[in-house]
Design a protein around this ligand. Structure first.
Ligand code: SF4
Ligand code: SF4
Length: 311
């Protein structure tokens, strides 16, 4: 069914989601499409969707949750998450670590979500998914943005009487700020996906991506206590912002990752560093040429010697 109604690119997207594709309704929706759904403590399935589920955390989710819990990023990551790969790429990320006994989210109680106002993006979007190929960074994709419904059999929210537009639902769930905060990070993942399996990220690149995406404290330490500032041109205003402001630092980390992983514009290497690097490459090339010349001369001498012996 899905395959008949969605374009090739859309099918690819649907197949790549972590949800069972058969739960995605084969209908493209717009912001004005209508949705009949309500989730509240009175539904029979209350908190069912907070168990046996994969919740990937975006950098903004991590920032907001660890702030809510009042703990540093590394403690949050160790205590509440486990590693995963993002969107079937080799990019490392984290997902919420479920409780071993109940397979429930560590934040769920019979009364509901204990971090509700700061819950992760994935919990807010459910059951309305969004595919945004343009923002995702796929070349020539145009403005291909649409919504779709994930309708799982255990979810009784669809039997409720409340009806709203997708726009109203999204405003109610507060997803617009999440869209904005997650956009650049999602674009990095989509860029990686568009490169395919033929190109692989180096281990150092993966480590940097993981650190910048999950632990802004360590990323800040990297900027201010490594050779970073000797390498990149940074204006005073940006420096002041990222020293104090975690959101500014997060947006900067996306810019830095786009530049270092995918060669995107936006970061300037210092002139003297660039010149030194060019000099180093040139010296390496000169060395290689010198070595090749020496080898050629050795070979030539050897051939002459052999010819002389033959005579
Ligand atoms: S964070 Fe809250 S809403 Fe999300 S899965 Fe956990 S308990 Fe449920
Ligand atoms: S399964 Fe559906 S209705 Fe039930 S708690 Fe989760 S979102 Fe709400």
């Amino acid at each position: 069914m899905i395959k008949e109604k969605l374009s090739e690119k859309e099918q690819e997207f649907v197949a790549s989601t972590d949800k069972n594709p058969s739960n995605i309704l084969p209908k493209k929706l717009t912001l004005d499409s209508r949705l009949k759904f309500r989730c509240h403590p009175g539904v029979r399935c209350f908190t069912a969707c907070c168990h046996s589920i994969k919740i990937i955390l975006t950098p903004y989710d991590i920032l907001i949750l660890r702030r809510r819990l009042g703990i540093p990023a590394h403690e949050f990551i160790t205590e509440y998450t486990e590693p995963t790969y993002l969107e079937k790429t080799d990019m490392p990320g984290v997902q919420i670590k479920l409780r071993e006994d109940t397979k429930g989210c560590p934040f769920v109680t019979p009364q509901g979500c204990t971090v509700y106002s700061d819950r992760p993006s994935a919990c807010r979007y459910y059951p309305v998914g969004m595919a945004d190929f343009h923002e995702g960074g796929i070349e020539n994709a145009g403005e291909e943005k649409f919504f779709f419904i994930v309708k799982e059999p255990h979810c009784k929210g669809f039997e409720e009487d409340k009806e709203w537009t997708i726009r109203e639902w999204r405003a109610d769930q507060g997803v617009d700020i999440r869209d904005e905060m997650n956009k650049e990070w999602l674009r990095l993942i989509m860029r990686r996906k568009s490169f395919g399996h033929q190109a692989s990220l180096s281990e150092a690149a993966k480590r940097m991506f993981f650190m910048a995406s999950t632990d802004l404290d360590s990323f800040r330490n990297f900027i201010f206590n490594s050779s970073f500032l000797d390498t990149y041109e940074m204006d005073e205003q940006t420096l002041a912002a990222i020293r104090e402001d975690d959101e500014a630092l997060m947006h900067f980390s996306f810019r830095y990752l786009a530049n270092t992983l995918f060669g995107a514009q936006g970061m300037q290497i210092r002139k003297e560093k660039l010149e030194a690097k060019i000099k180093e490459i040139k010296e390496r090339q000169d060395d290689a040429v010198r070595k090749a010349e020496e080898e050629y001369l050795e070979l030539k001498a050897e051939r002459n010697r052999m010819q002389a012996e033959k005579k």
